[in-house]
Design a binder for this molecule. Structure first.
Ligand SMILES: Cc1cc2nc3c(=O)[nH]c(=O)nc-3n(C[C@H](O)[C@H](O)[C@H](O)COP(=O)(O)OP(=O)(O)OC[C@H]3O[C@@H](n4cnc5c(N)ncnc54)[C@H](O)[C@@H]3O)c2cc1C
Length: 263
């Protein structure tokens, strides 16, 4: 997985996403950024790996989506190598998913999607309020959950040309995907379906899924400390505040320590 903002300037992505004209120098800069992304995808392709492009703030996402679509069309002709990420806390992403699938089947390539709920909720809402536009984020958690699960269901129902990475620490969502796979008679290790959690978070989910034969990817953040630490703190806060997943994980660890007789 990687973030396009790691290889392209944020303000440039913002300008492209707002459909503003680029100067000649900016156009050259954009071509260089695209070439970097293509090089990363080519590397994954050459080494028979998968690569996921992270989703970021909505005001730069259009540029990221365009780039991801180009890479997907280029590298996913035989199977899924490149995945784009869809944040289902956005009100428009379920339609986006269906359109992307339609484009892929018309274009004759495979579509890879990483589905997540989305990490920038407060920031998105604040900016929308400040600038006076309608927030792109779902009105409540239930709506995000509903679209996330509907997105997962859509992929499972259209698996012939799609592949999914379910990036979530939510136990209910993981259970729903397991149930769906069983309903559709899919093998637990079907190569088109992956569960993914952050390294060191929700290990109870990852380990149990892997133990039952499901495909699991642990996401290990790598980068400068100044960026990775705040990133991890945000993820830990989300998990505690939204669904109490971290609290539950700690209780499970405590129980296991007691079982082993360790205080
Ligand atoms: C492997 C992996 C990859 C990831 N990649 C990305 C990425 O590329 N881009 C990205 O943005 N995030 C990414 N994330 C983070 C992800 O978007 C979530 O922020 C995080 O995983 C928490 O969601 P959850 O499904 O795990 O758990 P839950 O606790 O079930 O959900 C919490 C999430 O629900 C949503 N939510 C909470 N309250 C509300 C509310 N009041 N109204 C509307 N929605 C609400 C928010 O999105 C919040 O983060 C990734 C996570 C993982 C595990």
């Amino acid at each position: 997985m990687f973030k396009v903002t790691g290889v392209a300037r944020f303000a440039l992505l913002e300008k492209i996403s707002a459909s503003l004209p680029l100067t000649e120098a900016e156009e050259a800069e954009w071509q260089r950024a695209k070439a970097r992304v293509q090089q990363i995808c080519q590397h994954a392709y050459d080494h028979k790996l998968s690569i996921m492009i992270d989703a970021e703030e909505s005001w730069i996402q259009l540029a990221i989506d365009q780039l991801a679509e180009e890479m997907i069309a280029l590298f996913n002709t035989e199977k899924v190598v490149v995945y784009n990420t869809l944040q289902m806390y956005r009100i428009d992403r379920l339609d986006f998913l269906k359109e992307a699938r339609q484009k892929a089947s018309e274009g004759g390539y495979y579509l890879g999607v990483k589905l997540v709920r989305g990490a920038y909720m407060e920031k998105e809402r604040e900016r929308a309020k400040e600038k006076g536009y309608e927030s792109p984020i779902q009105p409540d958690k239930e709506a995000s959950d509903r679209d996330y699960d509907a997105g997962v269901q859509f992929v499972v129902e259209h698996l012939d040309h799609m592949s999914l990475v379910a990036g979530s620490h939510n136990e209910n969502s993981a259970q729903k995907l397991v149930d769906l796979m069983q309903e559709h008679g899919l093998e637990s290790n079907d190569p088109r379906l992956w569960f993914s959690q952050l390294y060191g978070m929700s290990d109870n989910l990852s380990f149990n899924l892997a133990h039952e034969g499901y495909n699991v990817v642990k996401y290990l953040p790598f980068g400068p400390i100044i960026e990775t630490l705040p990133y991890l703190i945000r993820r830990a806060e989300e998990n505690t505040s939204a669904a109490g997943q971290t609290g539950r994980e700690l209780a499970l660890i405590k129980k296991e320590l007691e079982r082993r007789g360790i205080e």
